[in-house]
Design a protein around this ligand. Structure first.
Ligand SMILES: Nc1ncnc2c1ncn2[C@@H]1O[C@H](COP(=O)(O)OP(=O)(O)OP(=O)(O)O)[C@@H](O)[C@H]1O
Ligand SMILES: [Mg+2]
Length: 324
């Protein structure tokens, strides 16, 4: 069952086209990551789904209802980007305030507040004013607030922003536990290593367009590439391996072998073995999500201004001389 679905979703802010027709789908129980450079449209998409911002065109559904439907909001938690809670509140009194907004009965609030703050690791400071909290403590409080009413879907805009490494891991574990309980999590993050670890599926936005969508494995798969090295002085039998249908590319002292569709690396190893060659290095090449992301956005304009020194060579300008 899809929990979030958008179809050709568009949003214009005056002349700025923040979303240019984005179609995504998030299923129940998924941790979904939305990636993109600054200004790509991530926060705009979340805000439309939550009914905070109105779409210009297209469709956006949340829990089977059009985004912004009032009854649906009860089932949704939201950790905004750069939230600022009133600093005169203590952690506990802020949670109490949100609990009232969510319509939780008094007894339940009293019982659940320390429980939730314990989960995010700030229970011992719950009676201190937010003014005295560190950045990461405020962020943890924000997460507790977002899941206080046991929502079915939780939107988190940069949840680990300002959180220390141990805390980040705790937050990742927490997301995993929420997922195990059937919750759906929609995550915006710039921390691709983290996204790679925690997300089931991701979408990459580029200047308001959907550039890619798929599982992390689908996006990082590099159609079977192996790096092979032989013992010193031995020559790789490139011609013979190429005759089997493999592409062979030199890579310094090593070679890269690209598998044809559906083929494994074993026939290549068979050739090496038959020739009495000694394998010293064999590694399957895999891209990180960051490799994929950087390669993708490098070839396109970011939403922000171009960085100097990255200007493409002018047409007609001489190329650097090549040494023979
Ligand atoms: N209220 C607004 N009025 C005008 N333009 C806006 C408004 N909100 C966002 N935009 C523009 O819409 C585009 C998308 O912004 P958005 O905040 O969705 O990006 P983002 O992907 O969340 O970026 P970041 O990674 O920096 O948080 C940007 O060009 C931004 O300047
Ligand atoms: Mg944003």
């Amino acid at each position: 069952m899809s929990v979030i679905e958008t179809h050709q979703l568009r949003k214009d802010y005056g002349r700025v086209q923040a979303l240019k027709g984005v179609s995504i789908r998030v299923d129940k129980g998924e941790i979904f990551g939305l990636l993109g450079q600054n200004g790509a449209g991530k926060t705009t998409l979340i805000k439309i789904l939550l009914g905070i911002v109105h779409k210009t065109d297209g469709d956006a559904d949340l829990l089977g209802r059009p985004a912004g439907t009032v009854g649906v909001r009860q089932k949704v938690g939201y950790l905004p980007e750069d939230h600022r809670f009133p600093e005169y509140h203590t952690g506990a009194s802020l949670m109490n305030f949100y609990g009232q907004l969510y319509g939780l009965p008094r007894d339940e609030r009293r019982r659940k507040i320390p429980e939730m703050l314990e989960v995010v690791g700030i229970k011992s400071r719950m009676d201190y004013r937010i003014r005295t909290y560190s950045k990461g403590m405020k962020q943890r409080l924000g997460i507790a607030q977002a899941m206080f009413h046991d929502p079915a879907v939780i939107f988190m805009d940069e949840p680990t922003d300002g959180v220390d490494p141990v805390g980040r891991r705790e937050i990742r574990d927490l997301m995993q536990r929420l997922k195990d309980r059937g919750k759906t999590i929609f995550l915006n993050s710039h921390l691709l290593g983290e996204v790679e670890q925690v997300c089931d599926r991701v979408a990459i936005l580029q200047q308001g367009d959907l550039a890619r969508q798929g599982t992390v494995a689908e996006l990082t798969r590099q159609a079977g590439r192996f790096v092979i090295g032989l013992a010193p002085g031995q020559e790789f039998p490139a011609a013979e391996v190429a005759r089997l249908g493999y592409a062979v590319e030199p890579a310094g002292p090593l070679v890269e072998v690209v598998l044809p569709d559906g083929q494994g690396i074993d026939p290549v190893l068979g050739v090496l073995h038959a020739r009495g060659l000694n394998l010293r290095h064999l590694v399957e090449k895999k891209q990180s999500l960051e490799d994929v992301f950087v390669a993708m956005v490098d070839s396109a304009d970011p939403g922000t201004d171009r960085r100097p020194g990255r200007r493409p060579r002018e047409v007609g300008a001489p190329a650097a001389p090549r040494r023979r």
